[in-house]
Design a protein around this ligand. Structure first.
Ligand code: URA
Length: 234
């Protein structure tokens, strides 16, 4: 197995992060620094990350969290804010989030110690649609809808066509369902800004076929076997 995949599948980190650790010289194979991410790990090789020997396989855990407002989707925060790690304190395995949600975005976040799967799911070439419900200011006119559906410039990047549906138009705000398969930073907020609406609330309700369902904010559940198989098949 390739060295970066081996580290990721041991649940140490994502494959992308493993590449960085390898490039930085923090990974040793049989006592010597190894900077080739494609090195083929052989039976009996001793791999160390930052001086700690790692075991190849670990029990894999996959959970869906309903992230509340005011949590960051990292496992530690330098500003001491609450993190999603604070929501899953009763799972001893070290999990990390698959992708990210903004501090003030709520809803579905997947977490796992399967770094390889996490890598594949967040890779731009994987076109997994993520669906959000946004409460936005003002009126969502047909022209604005058409722009969002076509793709908008969010500052040097033109988004791919989105699926957009107005769920409710109030006098001064609207509730809109939007599905995108890209994951640019603050993408949904920027897309609405680009057409003249401000996002006031944002919740992610699904990632591909995985749905948030009726889980309470701050709670989590283990994914079902079918859901795990589905994610692996993507
Ligand atoms: N788009 C955003 O703007 N924020 C999120 O948290 C997720 C998608």
């Amino acid at each position: 197995m390739r060295l970066n995949k081996y580290i990721a599948s041991a649940g140490i980190c994502s494959r992308r992060k493993a590449d960085e650790l390898i490039a930085a010289g923090n990974v040793k194979v049989n006592g010597a620094a190894m900077r080739e991410m494609g090195y083929d790990v052989k039976e009996g090789d001793r791999v160390e990350v930052n001086g700690t020997p790692i075991m190849p396989e670990q029990k894999k855990i996959y959970i869906a969290v309903n992230k509340p407002y005011g949590y960051v989707t990292t496992m530690k925060d330098e500003k001491d804010r609450l993190t999603v790690a604070d929501l899953v304190t009763d799972i001893p395995e070290r999990l990390f989030p698959v992708g990210r949600l903004d501090y003030n975005t709520t809803g579905l976040l997947l977490m796992t110690n399967d770094g390889d799967l996490a890598y594949r799911l967040t890779h731009p070439k994987h076109e997994v649609y993520k669906t959000y419900v946004a409460v936005v200011s003002g009126v969502i006119s047909d022209a604005r809808l058409a722009k969002l559906r076509r793709g908008v410039d969010i500052g040097g990047f033109v988004t791919s066509p989105a699926k957009v549906k107005v769920l409710r138009q109030n006098p001064r705000s609207a509730v809109v369902e939007i599905s995108i398969h890209e994951g640019k930073n603050r993408q949904v907020r920027k897309m609405f800004n680009a057409v003249g609406n401000r996002v006031m609330e944002l919740e992610r309700i699904s990632i591909g076929d995985i749905r948030l369902g009726h889980m309470q904010r701050g709670h989590y559940r283990k994914l079902t076997r079918q859901e795990i198989e589905y994610l692996k098949s993507l």
